[in-house]
Design a protein around this ligand. Structure first.
Ligand code: GLA
Length: 406
């Protein structure tokens, strides 16, 4: 009698707990992955489908020597074109035998032995965008193959998907990845066509928000956009990002030939303000010291990787200039002044206008991050802070960090 009422009580407690926890939103993807935006290198922006294991190994070796590994670049992602043109006779997805003669398991082992993680691209449709075998109908067997190769990150594209429903289709691959039991970061790449920021959080760890980036400031082609257009398209999306689930404004073009040094610096800075995944998209074997210094600047990367995990937002948009701000942990703020004009800008910073800083703290230490200069302390409650005028080169930025003084 007693034991049966105990059993009833136990069942009651379990059912109540389940019901209670549901609305709190214990999501399937609270899996500990991508708690800060993923960082790494991706082959697509510079190499397209011309990739092979020699390039991957050389890239890795350089990233160890040039400080990128130490700066946090972790995932080495092989984009479209690693596959053989057709599956094998058993329907298994296989790498191109000429370009990847050692096979994917061996490449994965190499990547891991150097302290990096292994990323791969494929597609939710019948064929990838570059016409290699896609994953449609093969999701579970492909996910098992990827897991057996030691894959840690999958970018899943959206070409040749016909009338398929994006959310359902990506959910299928998400379930396939989960079924492998291997922790794999799932990068949704449907170019923002189906508002993935509304459903991506429960399906993957990051989702592309736009069409493809190209290496220019504000040019535009049919499917591709300069980084300034992509930046503009992020306005309002900040509410959807957070630890484990990020908006992805695409891999970086930093260091690629269509950008000036200032445009590369500004691109990098604003991607950090956006808490964007930082995927280098250049040939790291042939980059200038200036570009390397941009890409490994630890203070700027720390803004992207800040543990609070808040995406920054546009605070002001005026002709020729804009201000973006990002709240950081410990009540710190990053503020980015961006000259969107083709001529130098004399930016007058009236401290009093930085209303985001007003609240709990009165005094802030100010640091000019790119110029590595401490600028003293301001008292945001007082009117007598001297205005500050700074010239910002065309398409360049001024990046300030504010740290409260207690
Ligand atoms: C799409 C993606 C790109 C890249 C290519 C590969 O265009 O958006 O990032 O992966 O496919 O074909």
């Amino acid at each position: 009698m007693k034991s049966s009422s105990n059993k009833k009580l136990f069942c009651f407690i379990i059912i109540s707990l389940v019901l209670l926890l549901q609305p709190i939103g214990l999501k399937a993807l609270d899996d500990g992955l991508a708690r800060t935006p993923p960082m790494g290198w991706n082959s697509w922006n510079t190499f397209g489908v011309n990739i092979d294991e020699k390039l991957i190994k050389e890239t890795i070796d350089v990233m160890i020597k040039n400080g990128m590994k130490d700066a946090g670049y972790e995932y080495i992602v092989l984009d479209d074109g690693w596959e053989a043109k057709e599956r094998d006779k058993n329907g298994k997805i296989i790498p191109d035998p000429k370009r990847f003669p050692s096979g994917m398991k061996a490449l994965g082992d190499y990547i891991h032995s150097k302290g990096f993680k292994f990323g791969i691209h494929n597609d939710a449709g019948n064929r990838t965008c570059a016409d290699y075998p896609g994953g449609r109908g093969h999701e579970f067997e492909d996910a098992r193959a990827y897991a057996s190769w030691g894959v840690d990150y999958i970018k899943y594209d959206w070409c040749n998907t016909g009338t398929a429903n994006a959310e359902e289709t990506f959910k299928t691959m998400g379930a396939a990845l989960k079924a492998t039991g291997r922790p794999i970061v799932f990068s949704i790449c449907e170019w923002g066509s189906n508002e993935p920021w509304l459903w991506g959080k429960d399906v993957g760890h990051l989702w592309r928000t736009t069409g493809d980036i190209i290496d220019c400031y504000d040019c535009q082609a049919v499917y591709s956009l300069g980084w300034k257009h992509i930046l503009d398209a992020q306005v309002g999306l900040e509410q959807y990002a957070g630890p484990g689930h990020w908006n992805d404004p695409d891999m970086m073009e930093v260091g690629n030939k269509g950008l000036t040094l200032a445009e590369s610096r500004a691109h990098f800075t604003l991607w950090c303000i956006l808490a964007a995944p930082l995927m280098a998209g250049n040939d790291v074997r042939n980059m200038s010291d200036e570009i390397r210094d941009i890409m490994i600047n630890k203070e700027v990367i720390a803004i992207d990787q800040d543990p609070l995990g808040k995406q920054g937002y546009q605070m002001m948009d005026h002709p020729g200039k804009e201000i973006w701000v990002k709240e950081l942990s410990k009540n710190q703020w990053a503020v980015c002044f961006h000259n969107t004009d083709k001529v130098p800008l004399k930016m007058k910073i009236t401290w009093d206008h930085l209303w985001i800083l007003k609240g709990k703290y009165s005094k802030y230490k100010v640091r000019d991050i790119w110029n590595k200069k401490d600028m003293g302390t301001i008292d945001i409650q007082k009117q007598d802070n001297e205005d500050f005028v700074k010239e910002i080169a065309p398409h360049d930025v001024l990046l300030l960090k504010f740290t409260p003084v207690k």
